[in-house]
Every structure is written in C-alpha cells, then in structure tokens.
Design a protein around this ligand. Structure first.
Ligand code: DX5
Ligand code: ZN
Length: 228
C-alpha cells in the first residue's frame, strides 16, 4: 500500500508519532520503527530558536526521511517567516505543512495557506495555548487541518493542558455549522489517557512523541492511543 495516496478523513483516527522524541542519530531507522509499530503519519517538528525557544531540524532531515521511508509527512513549522521557507519544505517531501496563526510567526496567514495548497500540499493552521479560537476563525474554510496545541510549543515531554479541549470542541462545532472539512489535531502531552480526552472532544489526529518513541513497546503504545 502506498501511504501517500490514502485519503484520510476527519472520521479516521490518525496517530502521528513525533520525531522530536526519536534518536536523532538514526532518524531513518527511527521512522521505520514507527511505521512498523503502526504509525499513520510522521509528525516533524521544525523549530528555529526564534518563534520557539528551541532548535530542532530543517528540510534536509525531512528530505532524508522522505527518501528512506514511505509515510505521510506532517510538518509542523514553529518558525518565523514560514512563507519564506515554504518552497524548501515542499521540495523536501512534506505532505501536510502546518503554520502558526500567532503574529510572532511573521507571515500573511491567508497567503501562506494558499501557497501551501497551490504546491499540492495540505495546509494546517496551529494555535498556541494562549491564543483564542477566534484567531483562526477567518481561515477555517481554507485549511485541511486545525492544530490545537495542548502544550506551549518548543519541547517534548510536557503535560497535556485539558482546558484546550474547549478549542477542539469549537473547531468541531464550526466545522459542522459551516459544512467544512478539516482534521483536528492535538499536539503535546498525548498518551492513552489524554488521547481519550482529546478524542471525546473531537480531535482525530493525535501527535505523540515521548509516549511512543519513549515507550518500551512502541506498537503497544500506539495501539493504546488509537483505542483510547
Ligand atoms: C511541541 C511539539 C510536539 C512535541 C510533542 O513543541 O510541537 O510535537 O514533539 O511531544 P510530547 O508528545 O512528548 O509532548
Ligand atoms: Zn508538533
């Protein structure tokens, strides 16, 4: 089966292990390990030391993963000027590119989303815990995924913030009322217990770093998140 051509809907529960928690000395093997353990997508956290207080990896690493593995690549850009770097992530093999709505990300949100889609990628829009749902409202008709951050972005291994479920629920409500069609992703502190909370609120894409790559049995960890 070629993962890339699979059409995912917001009724599918999608588990996306975050490479941030993997062994960076072996990123291709770590991705293969996640695929064998049942990962649906690979979540790739790009951090620039500017929009967030951490530096991770860029397009060269994503291209290496693209060339060595066959899995949907979900690229989460936590960087300033994502519009400027977009072409490099597109040619690296991204399937979904998510950008942040906060003004600190320094881009024209609407035109960045159109540029992502014009390149044949899916477009995601993220909001930080401190950002109100209203900030994404003008763009919900132009996205393939809404990312509700359930931690302050920058680091793996933080605790899930349950108060963010109000934004997930608002995303579900708006999608229904407006007959829209976007996934709702949660990212940060996801393990079986928080996955159940997020799933009940209506999130269908669950990003999990420490609880998957850090588990002794990754397949069991992914399956417990899927069934939560
Ligand atoms: C946080 C990143 C997350 C992170 C999640 O800035 O966007 O994707 O890898 O890590 P865990 O699952 O360990 O909270
Ligand atoms: Zn992320």
């Amino acid at each position: 089966m070629t993962w890339r051509v699979k059409k995912w809907t917001f009724e599918d529960r999608i588990i996306a292990p975050s490479l941030l928690a993997a062994d960076f000395g072996r990123v291709a093997e770590e991705t293969s390990r996640a695929i064998k353990a049942g990962a649906d997508w690979m979540h790739l956290d790009v951090m620039d030391g500017n929009f967030v207080d951490n530096i991770s990896f860029g397009p060269a690493i994503i291209q290496a993963i693209h060339e060595t593995n066959d899995i949907f690549l979900d690229v989460h850009l936590m960087i300033a000027r994502p519009d400027h770097y977009l072409p490099r992530f597109i040619s690296a093999g991204a399937d979904m590119i998510t950008v942040h709505v906060e003004p600190e990300a320094q881009h024209e949100v609407g035109s960045t989303l159109s540029a992502i889609r014009a390149a044949g990628c899916q477009a995601g829009l993220a909001l930080n815990p401190a950002t109100p749902f209203e900030a994404v409202l003008p763009f919900l008709g132009d996205i393939d995924m809404l990312l509700v951050m359930t931690v302050v972005p920058g680091f793996g291994g933080q605790s899930f913030i349950p108060e963010m479920m109000a934004k997930v629920e608002a995303g579900v409500k708006h999608r229904k009322e407006q007959s829209l069609n976007y996934h709702i992703q949660v990212d940060g502190g996801i393990a079986a217990d928080s996955a159940a909370t997020a799933g009940q609120a209506g999130a269908n894409v669950l990003v999990a770093g420490s609880s998957t790559f850090g588990a002794t049995d990754m397949a069991a960890a992914i399956s417990s998140i899927r069934q939560a």
